[in-house]
Ligand binder design. Structure first.
Ligand code: FEO
Length: 395
């Protein structure tokens, strides 16, 4: 694949990873693959903004060579040290050893501890600029969006923001722009990315967006480091980020459970019926059969979470325990929750789930419901009533 000119003299020189199915050490299922976006700016000074994951270094080099010889690169901007964007740095720096690397202080530390390269590194802070010729780059530190080293790079003359991971999506396509892809898939992947990586960082994101807006920088294009480039409507993704970071939710509940012999599942279905009859949108998942990344994505705009498990060894089952561990890390705010489950001789699962929910900072608004063995008709009715009551909390 050849480079793609995204603005006059600015090229996408990244790589498409069609087969990537699990990211971040299997914490993120990437069913649509991903891309690693790098950008080459051809001006009086030739500048590469970010690289790609190491196994794709050859593709990056080939694309750059189609535009300029590698040794002509003057500057390499490293917005983020994580290996999916810096993995090709050693190969690149071998081919343009005189290039100066720009990044934050944490980026300098991180690059060294990953690659031990003796590169000419210029630390930058928010507001520092780099004159390329006709264009000037402005750097904006963005710590914890999503690593301490993270940074945005902005080109005022082109109204182009290159924010690395922010506003990205794990979406492998042979087209590069937002107006060229299926819109449902695009927003689904953008939401999935936010939900699974950025939920705990909402307050930091809001402060950073506010800071960028106060800088009064016009933005006509956002070119992230994963997925498509926002050129038709960059405001759309900014507005979505503001909404997600503000924890705006709707009248929706996610019911997620794990079941041994289908009794907990029976409870889940009665509860789902009650929520549906009460006008609440419901998503129901058997976690053992579901993509956890997808479940977390559905939790992004849901007000209520109902977590169920059969009791096993006086505790919850292992797949639901893994979900609770993820929720404890994400700490979603302004949500309400409760627990349910069937047991044989001791109801330990619901108590454990309640404890984990509280540990995740999620308000448990209703006493959990437990049923011994298989729910009979009166217990099914109690599950339904439990759902009706929870529906009132999902507004
Ligand atoms: Fe896409 Fe934080 O790396």
């Amino acid at each position: 694949m050849t480079p793609v000119e995204i603005k006059k003299g600015i090229y996408w020189v990244g790589a498409i990873d069609w087969n990537m199915r699990s990211f971040h050490g299997h914490t993120f299922a990437t069913k649509r693959g991903t891309t690693y976006n790098a950008y080459l700016i051809v001006d009086e000074k030739i500048t590469l903004v970010d690289t790609v994951y190491g196994p794709f270094a050859g593709e990056l080099i080939e694309k750059i060579r189609a535009i300029v010889p590698l040794e002509k690169i003057d500057y390499v901007v490293s917005n983020h040290v994580e290996t999916d964007h810096s993995g090709a740095m050693p190969e690149i720096m071998k081919l343009c050893p005189k290039a100066k690397v720009y990044g934050t202080r944490k980026c300098k530390e991180g690059l060294y501890k990953n690659y031990y390269g003796n590169w000419d590194f210029q630390e930058v802070k928010t507001g520092d600029t780099l004159k390329l010729g006709k264009r000037t780059l402005t750097f904006i530190e963005a710590p914890m969006i999503h690593w301490p080293d993270s940074m945005f790079t902005y080109c005022r003359e082109e109204e182009l923001l290159m924010p690395n991971d922010a506003f990205g999506q794990h979406l492998a396509t042979n087209t590069r722009f937002d107006d060229e892809v299926d819109q449902c898939a695009l927003m689904e992947e953008a939401a999935k990315y936010y939900a699974n990586i950025l939920i705990p960082l909402g307050d930091i994101i809001l402060r950073k967006l506010d800071e960028v807006l106060k800088m009064k920088v016009p933005i006509s294009m956002i070119a992230p480091s994963h997925g498509i480039i926002w050129r038709k409507d960059p405001e759309r993704i900014i507005k979505s980020y503001v909404s997600w970071a503000n924890n705006e939710t709707k009248k929706k509940a996610v019911i997620v459970y794990e079941t041994m012999w289908k009794s907990t599942e029976k409870m889940a279905r009665r509860i789902a019926e009650a929520l549906t009859d009460s006008g609440v949108e419901v998503k129901l998942f058997d976690i053992a059969e579901s993509d956890r990344t997808e479940v977390i994505k559905e939790m992004l705009d849901a007000r209520g979470y109902l977590i169920g498990s059969s009791t096993h060894d006086n505790d919850m089952l292992p797949s639901i325990a893994a979900l609770m561990s993820v929720l404890k890390g994400l700490k979603p705010k302004k949500r309400v929750a409760s627990a349910f489950g069937s047991y044989g001789w001791g109801a330990g699962a619901t108590a454990s789930i309640e404890k984990e929910l509280k540990g995740a900072g999620i308000e448990v608004v209703q006493e959990p419901i437990s049923v011994k063995y298989v729910p009979d008709k009166s217990e099914e009715k109690k599950c339904y009533e439990f759902g009706v009551e929870f529906a009132k909390k999902c507004i």
